[in-house]
Design a protein around this ligand. Sequence first.
Ligand code: CA
Length: 409
Amino acid sequence: MTALILMLCSMEYPVKAEAGISGKNQPKSAPAAEENDIDQYIELHLHLDGAITQERQLLANAVDAAFTSAEVKASIRSQPVIDHPSAGMPSGENRRIIIDTDTAGDDALAILMAAKSPDITIEGVTVLQGNVSLEQAADNALMTLETAGCDAEVCLGAATALDGVKRKTFSVYGTDGMGDKGLIHPSGKPSDKDAVDFILETVEKYPDEIEIASIGPATNIANAILKDPETMSHVKRIWSMGTAGLGPGNATPVAEFNVYKDAMAYNVMLDSGIDITIVGLDICDKDGAVFDSNQLSDMENGNHVQRYAALSFSKLLEFRRETRGIDNVNACDAVFMAALIWPGFVVDTLDCQASCIAHDDCEAFGEVIFYRPDIAYDSGRIVENTNVTLVTEVDLDHFFENVNILIAK
Ligand SMILES: [Ca+2]
C-alpha cells in the first residue's frame, strides 16, 4: 500500500499506471486534468484506505498541485480515510448506545468519537459524579454534544455512590474537568428525566439492542439494575472502562478510579448476569494509547471539535508533567471507546470471573480480582462460570491518527 501511495505522490497527472517510482517527491509538474481523470483520481484515492497521515498529506499536496478546482479538493478531503483499516474500521452495524459518564476530558473525547462514528446512535447520555460533580458533569456533557452537533439528551443521575459517600479524589482535569480553558458554556439544559428512568425506558423501547458505555462509576447502572433487574436483563451489553485490568491501579496501588468511587455499584453490575466487556487501566496506559504534547498540539490546530478535545486535556498534561515528569496524557475513555466502536481494535480478550472488594474498611477497597478459568489455583477455587470479558490486547498502531481523523469529520 505504501508503495502505491508513493507512486501516486511521485507520478504526474492525469493518472497513468506506469513505472518510475522515485521516492517521496511531490509531483514536479501538474498538467490540467480532464473531468474524467478527476473522477478516476478520486475513485483511486478513496481506495487508499491504508494511507498513514504523512503520506496522506503528500497525497493532498499532490492534489493541490494537480487540480485547481476547490470543489474537487473539498470532495476528496471530505471523504473518510481510515488510517489503519484493521483497527480503525467501523463495524457497519447500526448500534444504539447510552453513554453513562462523569464527564471530564477523556469522557468528552469518547463522546465525540461516538457522536462521529457512522455506526453509533447515541440514544442519550446519563451523567453522575466522579471526576467532577454531577452538575459539572452535566454541563460538560451538554457542551460536548453541542460541539459535536449531536442532540442526544442528557439526564442527571447519581450525586453520590450507592452507600451515600462522596469519596475524595484529586481532580486531575482541572476545576471544571475540562482543562479550565473556559470551554464550558452550554446553551442547552439537562432533561427533566432521571438517568435511571431514562436507561430503563430506553431498554424497554429497544430490548436486547441497547449497549451501555460506562465511562464513570457504575452507580447509575447499579441503581437501574436494583430498580428493575428484569428490564436490565434486556441490555445487550455493558462496556465498562473500569478496573486496573491485569495491572496496577491509579486511585490506590490496586484500585482504578471509577471502581474506587463506587465499588459496591461495580459489584452489583458484575453480579447482574448482563454481558459485560471491560477495558481496564492496563490497556489505557500502554505506549501508543497515550497522547503526547505534540499530538495534542496537532489536534488543537484542527477544527473546533479537535481544538475542544485537545484543550480539555490541558490540566491533565500539566499534572502529569509536574507530578511524574512525563509529557503525555492517558485518554482512558477514548481508548475504551475505540474498543467499542472499532471491532478490529480489540485483538485479544479473556473471559473471567470478576469480583470487586467493596468493604470500606479494607485497604484493597475497589480492587477487582479476575479469576481465570484456564488456571488451577492453589486455593482450590475452580472457575466454572465467567461473568466478564476482559480486553487484554488492542491494536494501537495509528491510534492517535485514527481518533484525530474521526473527530475531525
Ligand atoms: Ca470518565
